[in-house]
Design a protein around this ligand. Structure first.
Ligand SMILES: C[S@@+](CC[C@H](N)C(=O)[O-])C[C@H]1O[C@@H](n2cnc3c(N)ncnc32)[C@H](O)[C@@H]1O
Length: 271
């Protein structure tokens, strides 16, 4: 199994829809969000072990149902040999290692996570993959400091967990060399559906932070270049159903599944 944080933390599964803390009170909450969810999502992001998805060769992220928007963002930026990158909230480092394969021996990837166990996991995975230029660092994103600037600061499924997503984005922006880019990918959890019923993630602080993400990058001093949302969907056995079952322990059977849309933003630090 390739994805990080596969073991749901205790207390993450609940039948109640969490009201996202990041949504201002003035924003009208769609009716679907108020419907009690049949399926609650723990704060974890597995891929699918049973139904491996086709490989995106340049990313080597098999089993990652959300790899497509990541591939799109990296291709759009032309990430390539020699780039210095930071993968913040790297988890077990799947993306870090995929990035390391792209940036090659002349580049490097800082895999930052607050969990010391993640550092060891990333280091072991990087060694197994032969990617010596992955530097695993234990740090909380709110206090992020690296020894050099980077051309790419990246996070995925991180901001929904942190206390203050805007503060973390500002820290990430501070890592960037002039002209450097930020790619952030965060979910709108309650826009996910199983058989038409909304998903929830009570274990996350800001499960719908993706809905706010395009508006947050400006506050970090960055210029928004592009933003979009993308959600894997399916019905019946396959990678999407398997992903959901890994995540929640619930087999959706033949119900239609729309996984939480992932909002991707691409932003640049002005030169
Ligand atoms: C759901 S995982 C995402 C892993 C990876 N980014 C991915 O998309 O596959 C979230 C990760 O963020 C880390 N994390 C949570 N809060 C953090 C913080 N304040 N600073 C740094 N890392 C944090 C967790 O330890 C976990 O490894």
């Amino acid at each position: 199994m390739k994805g990080p944080d596969r073991t749901p933390a205790p207390g993450h599964v609940s039948a109640h829809v969490a009201v996202p803390a990041a949504v201002p009170a003035a924003v009208a909450v769609p009716a679907a969000v108020a419907v009690p969810a049949a399926v609650a999502v723990p704060a974890a992001v597995p891929g699918s072990a049973r139904y491996p998805s086709s490989t995106v060769p340049e990313l080597q992220l098999r089993n990652d149902d959300y790899r497509r928007p990541l591939a799109t963002a990296l291709e759009r930026l032309g990430v390539g040999p020699g780039w210095r990158c930071a993968d913040v909230g790297a988890g077990s480092g799947d993306v870090s290692i995929a990035l390391a394969a792209i940036v090659g021996r002349e580049g490097r990837v800082y895999a930052v996570d607050s969990d010391p166990a993640a550092r060891d996991e990333v280091a072991a995975a990087a060694a197994a993959a032969g990617e010596a230029q992955v530097i695993a660092v234990t740090q909380v994103a709110e206090e992020l400091v690296l020894p050099e600037t980077v051309e790419l600061a990246f996070c995925r499924f991180l901001l929904l967990h942190v206390l203050d997503p805007a503060a973390v984005l500002a820290r990430m922006a501070g890592l960037l060399a002039p002209g450097g880019h930020l790619v952030a990918q965060e979910p709108i959890t309650t826009a996910g559906r199983v058989g038409g019923t909304a998903l929830s993630m009570p274990g996350a602080r800001h499960p719908d932070v993706g809905a706010l993400l395009p508006g947050l990058v400006g506050g970090a001093g960055l210029v928004l270049l592009d933003a979009w949302a993308e959600a894997p969907a399916g019905a019946g056995p396959g990678p999407v159903a398997s992903y959901l079952e890994d995540l929640t322990g619930v087999d959706p059977g033949d119900d239609a599944v729309v996984l939480p849309p992932l909002v991707t933003v691409i932003a640049r630090r002005p030169s």
